[in-house]
Design a protein around this ligand. Structure first.
Ligand SMILES: [Ca+2]
Length: 176
């Protein structure tokens, strides 16, 4: 029994120490491939494990879908980032919240990269974050900005209904 327990403990420790923090695109906010994102939205990157910046080399980059670098967020403390365009970022447990310095542009795609060598690590084990190097790993699109025609249609509908009722009233008055 002692042997079995020892083997379990050994297996368990190997599992823990092999884990690099990974971005969870689906559970991040906005979620991967989201559309209609508000232009003033923050970006909440969710990881599968608690993270911390290990040095000033911790880096996250925000691009638009024309591959223009919109803002780079460099660590300026274990739990904080400073943006190249006056934005900021904070780490809380397994989330990194980025507040870009400028609002997004309507109807535009954006993506996040965590370049190879970015010094974000597992708080417990020090393992380096798994880089995000593809524009499609975590991307989203802002709202189109087109005004919905529904309210205008409703006003027309009410106007036409009122007009038809008025005509019906005139018709009934003439008949009686
Ligand atoms: Ca995607």
């Amino acid at each position: 029994m002692k042997c079995a327990l020892f083997l379990f403990a050994c297996f368990f420790s190997v599992t823990v120490y092999a884990a690099n923090p990974n971005l969870d695109p689906v559970n991040s906010v906005p979620s991967d491939n989201a559309t209609g994102v508000a232009v003033d939205a923050d970006i909440v990157l969710v990881f599968d494990i608690d993270v911390v910046n290990d040095s000033s080399s911790a880096l996250i980059e925000l691009y638009d879908d024309s591959d223009n670098l919109i803002e780079s967020f460099n660590a300026n403390g274990p739990f904080t980032f400073g943006g190249s365009n006056s934005g900021s970022g904070t780490i809380s447990n397994n989330t990194i919240t980025l507040n870009p310095g400028a609002d997004f542009i309507l109807g535009t795609g954006y993506y996040i990269l965590i370049p190879s060598g970015s010094d974000i690590i597992d708080q417990a084990t020090g393992d380096l974050v798994t880089p995000v190097t593809s524009p499609t790993t975590y991307n989203f699109t802002t709202a189109s900005g087109e005004v919905s025609p529904v309210p205008t249609m409703s006003i027309w509908g009410i106007g036409m209904l009122a007009g038809m009722m008025g005509l019906l009233g005139m018709y009934l008055r003439r008949r009686h």
